[in-house]
Write a protein that binds this ligand. Sequence first.
Ligand code: MG
Length: 340
Amino acid sequence: MRLAIRPFTIELKEPFALASGSRTTTPAVLAELHHAGLVGYGEVALPPYLGWTQAAVCRALERVAWPDDANPLNLDALLEAAAGAMGDLPPALAALDIALHDLFGKIIGQPLYALWGLDLARRPPTSLTVSLGAPETIRRKVAQATEYEVIKLKLGGPTDRALVAAAREATDRPLSVDANQGWRDREAALDFIGWLAERNVLFVEQPFPASRADDHAWLTERSPLPIIGDEAIRGLADIVAARGVYHGVNVKLAKCGGLRVAYRMLITARALGLKVLLGCMTETSCAVSAAAHLSPLADWADLDGAALIANDPFAGARLIAGRLTPQPAPGIGVQPKALV
Ligand code: MG
């Protein structure tokens, strides 16, 4: 197997603003695994708030040295060896893991959802994320998002009530909200969530800073809406720790280390009675298509990353009846656009 890696800058269709800041691009790393005439494609996007750089991910991937005769079907052994060589860098592992799973599926000749025995009919609708902005911008974006059954609003500031009201003027579809750690006062948060509960909101993501487990547990005990941990949830151990702190967890390939870990996190979360949101970064069709194969295990999906970007180098999963739907092709089901 030969690994090729390439830094890539994702350009966003519109500035993406959330409680921690605004950006117009997202650094990413693309990976290709070549083996016996087949190519496995992988990707990780690196929004700055995660604290991992493109250069660090590329350097880590350059340290992966599998034997020439390594069998690509030995996922556990290969990924464990790679994780050991790369150190604790989940996004680097994610890019490699997605490429290896894509190659694995192509060798076996099956899409990943079939390899896991998952029923695509159970995939939930995916939300479209509308980032922070003026109320009139929120109204416009929500009104334009006619293909989506659920709209996710980024909140976390003093204008939250006005932004939800603006979205409600444009649609009666269900909303979800993401405070991105932007709230500080738990009584005020509980009061606001009571108001949201009367406005067809499905859940609330990461109300307070991730380190404030006590405040989240207090809110989870009282909230009429599910409280979902995102920034507080990275790996498998965080799923176990989420019990009693959150009603549910947001699992994303980029922060946990890819499909293999994400599958185990989803299964564990469900076994512990936690709700599951399957999320993504602003990323290309490569990584969101990979995640879409796991979506039958999620209660909610937020797999709109490729819909928010202007320079998607891949064709892959498509939105069908509001659900991100993988192609019924081997592996993750993507093609580089230059080849389409
Ligand atoms: Mg979030």
